[in-house]
Design a protein around this ligand. Structure first.
Ligand SMILES: Cc1cc2nc3c(=O)[nH]c(=O)nc-3n(C[C@H](O)[C@H](O)[C@H](O)COP(=O)(O)OP(=O)(O)OC[C@H]3O[C@@H](n4cnc5c(N)ncnc54)[C@H](O)[C@@H]3O)c2cc1C
Length: 261
């Protein structure tokens, strides 16, 4: 059984998120492997370690040249090889266009299982898994926090607002894992060094047989009109508790003023 893990390069969590003049997320600063995707990689490794017949784990990304480093990170966390779709024509792709490109890469590899994170740390649409599943015509599950594999069937627990759903799907399937599914291990120094030597298969749109008209700004239905920065929060009111009765009075007055009591 082959497992494909979709991983994304995102701006590092410490970098302040800004929007460029043409309305895109500024991705010029330090970057990192999307933290949510480390749970998908860990889930793939755990399926292999559980004794299932996993022939290989392949990490796949769609992103600019710099995303190769993210793939190295994925290999250091247990992927056997990686695929990087990078092409100028992808700039401006929305979720559907990105999902279409990812689905085409999945078709080339025909894995039994596609795993991905619940959300990206930048776009945060929580949608790519469902879009990829739709393009592939395969079952897609989101927010999976437990999965058991038996033959060609996966029994999964999905975290829902009201509790948990237990569902069963036949492979091939696309499963987006919640961050409660596992505690990802840190890669060892040896694995980090070893990952640098593993080849990354770099593909352009034409290499991958992807229709350039269905990706990029032209192939995307979403048009971003305007962005405004969130209002800068004021420092708030600090009440120093010197006289508790007076402090309580001040707090109640503050709440009353805002009609909160
Ligand atoms: C109008 C518009 C223009 C955009 N322009 C650009 C651009 O020029 N450059 C750019 O980089 N982004 C661009 N984006 C953002 C990018 O297309 C989105 O990140 C993408 O659609 C995925 O959405 P998301 O990040 O919200 O994914 P989510 O649905 O939140 O991600 C869920 C999971 O899907 C997987 N995943 C998501 N994206 C990828 C990926 N690219 N490769 C592999 N796995 C992935 C990961 O496992 C992730 O955990 C644009 C978006 C819009 C709407």
């Amino acid at each position: 059984m082959k497992i494909l893990v979709l991983v994304k390069e995102v701006p590092d969590a410490a970098v302040e998120k800004t929007i460029t003049a043409d309305g895109r997320i500024d991705r010029s600063g330090e970057k990192a492997l999307n933290p949510y995707d480390t749970h998908a990689l860990e889930a793939a490794v755990q399926i292999k370690e559980a004794g299932n017949d996993v022939s290989e784990i392949v990490a796949v990304t769609v992103g600019p040249d710099s995303a190769s480093r993210t793939l190295q990170g994925a290999v250091s966390r247990g992927a056997d090889r990686s695929i990087h779709l990078s092409d100028e024509g992808l700039a401006g792709s929305d979720v559907i266009a990105t999902g279409y490109a990812l689905a085409e890469l999945v078709k080339r590899e025909s894995p039994e299982l596609v795993l991905l994170g619940q959300q990206s740390d930048d776009g945060g649409s929580y949608a790519v898994g469902s879009v990829v599943g739709e393009f592939l015509g395969q079952p897609a599950l989101s927010q999976v926090v437990k999965l058991d594999l038996a033959g060609d069937t996966i029994t999964a627990e999905r975290q829902a607002e009201y509790g948990y759903d237990t569902v069963e799907v036949k492979l091939p399937a696309v499963i987006s894992v919640g961050d409660a599914i596992n505690e990802p291990r840190y890669p060892s120094l040896k694995a980090i060094m070893g990952a640098k030597k593993k080849p990354v298969e770099k593909l352009s749109l034409s290499d991958a047989g992807i229709d350039a008209g269905k990706v990029g700004s032209a192939g995307s239905g979403v048009e971003c009109k305007d962005f405004t920065k969130p209002e800068v929060k004021s420092g708030g009111t600090v009440i120093t508790d010197e006289d508790t009765a007076a402090t309580v009075e001040q707090i109640v007055a503050w709440l009353d003023e805002r009609k909160l009591v």
